[in-house]
Design a protein around this ligand. Sequence first.
Ligand code: TYD
Length: 209
Amino acid sequence: MEILGNFAVFEGGDGSGTSTQLALLKDKFAARRRKPPPFFPTAEPAEGPIGRIIRSALKNNPVLQPDTLARLFAADRGEHLYASDGIVERCKRGELVICDRYVLSSLVYQGIECGEDLPRSLNSAFPAPELLLFFDIDPQIAQERLHSRPSLEIYEHLEFQKKVRKHYHALLGEYRDAGVRVEIIDAAQSVEKAAAEVWSYVSQMPILR
Ligand code: TYD
């Protein structure tokens, strides 16, 4: 597995707080007095045309076959990585890129829906991040957080999220073995405490030392 330097990802079940933590990290960078390297927080599904189709399909409009979604997630990721000003170009020119969800989301979510072979083959050529933070939370607690949102997406129900957590735990070891730094954040603790843990790991990336 090729590892892309200056690249970190946040992973976790729905309602685990990855988006909140990435937004906090962005504020932290903006407030730093010592001049930091350029910071590019981003997320998948990405903002382009393929990401837009995916976001609609996550609301079941249109209803797409699980295999189609697996292919769309991988196509979206390919653009996100390799487009001009994409993740790879930015990391290589010395920016810090942190992405909310990446390949492991496909191996977990589409792995549950389609079996593991399709998402594995669709994602096999993509580089791994240097740092992977997994936001771990009891799906029951995460589900309570999600229910305060206006509408739920196709994967946001308890039975599915229980499988998601199991699959994440089963796959983290592969990344460790491949040389990725993998850390588990307790996502049930307060937002402030989780943010402090996130910073303790991110600040140890070579680009920030
Ligand atoms: P999420 O980060 O939850 O977005 P938001 O907070 O805006 O709703 O991501 C959307 C959903 O997409 C989430 O349920 C996980 C799922 N997903 C996959 O199934 N496969 C993938 O490869 C990615 C990136 C996301």
